[in-house]
Ligand binder design. Sequence first.
Ligand code: SF4
Ligand code: SF4
Length: 354
Amino acid sequence: MARTDFGPPDFRELLPPVITKNYGNWKTHEIPRPGVLKHISYSGDVIHSVRVASPRLVSSDWMLDICDLADKFCEGYLRFTTRNNVEFLVSDEARLQPLLDELDAKDYLIGGVGLSISNVVHTQGWIHCKSAVTDASGITKSIMDNMTDYFTGKVKVPSRLRIAVACCVNMCGACHCSDIAIVGIHRTIPRINDEAVARVCELPSTIASCPTGAIRPNPKTKSIEIKREKCMMCGNCVVVCPAGLQIMDPLNDGVSIWVGGKVSNSGSAPKFSRLAIPFIPNEPPRWDKVTDAVTNLVEVWAANARSGERMGAWIERIGWERFFTLTNLPFTDKHIDDFTYAQTTFRATTQFKY
Ligand code: SF4
Ligand code: SF4
């Protein structure tokens, strides 16, 4: 491939030699201990990957440290997984135990492989994004602190469990397909500064930014108006016209919690997550109510699911009525989908199992 001066390099240039040699020729893998995968090729070659949690917002010291460890034990090779775990790729089996010992000595969390909770994936939060309702990284850190034993395999779980945090309903972190998804929500429509909209913002692109067609021009003020009943408070227009529109609302912003989604095809088709808890207010810096709610969901699922049953499959087996009873969560009017196309998802039966 021709070299260019933009974008990432061709991934083939970055593979450890043993992977290049056995490309497309891997036979199987084993999990010799929590956090370690042993990959075996048809040629008999072996490579181990050692998975550790990342603290998500990382310092340059931390980056330098994992690079040093990769240089010392892995000929410089490591990778980040889609859930931002770090995987050290160990081609020389003799270096596996020394790497594990050094990671232990440095208090890295080794785990997240197989039947366990993997690193919590999250979006950018207050630190980076204009439409963030909440601090995704802060919530993630607090949840991960509670889930440490589930990550390392000290506490056993029936199946994989994926937790994700998105700081607004745009969910750029693929939160909508996670076993437990924490999604930031605004509950008030954007406030319009007519003078700033007229002076600074481009009206056609602001109007076009609305996915529900809630914005229309207001010729009297040379600005826009928002139809309250059509607005889903997504904040898209605020990103396009930040000078003239404000959606942040400390009293009404917070998070919702969704359950039962997955991306994987194994066992059953991929599923969207569904609403379990409509609203919890923002409570930095530790978000105790959010972390308690997530811990409750994990504990109830772990105590009741069958082996191999992910959150969504477990709920489907026992029914949503029983899910709400077991988790002690109230079922409210907010759980009823009243979007225009909701008819297709309505349950059309009189059979309930409370
Ligand atoms: Fe921004 Fe929303 Fe993505 Fe968070 S989820 S980073 S607020 S677009
Ligand atoms: Fe449209 Fe979203 Fe802006 Fe509401 S917040 S007006 S739905 S773009």
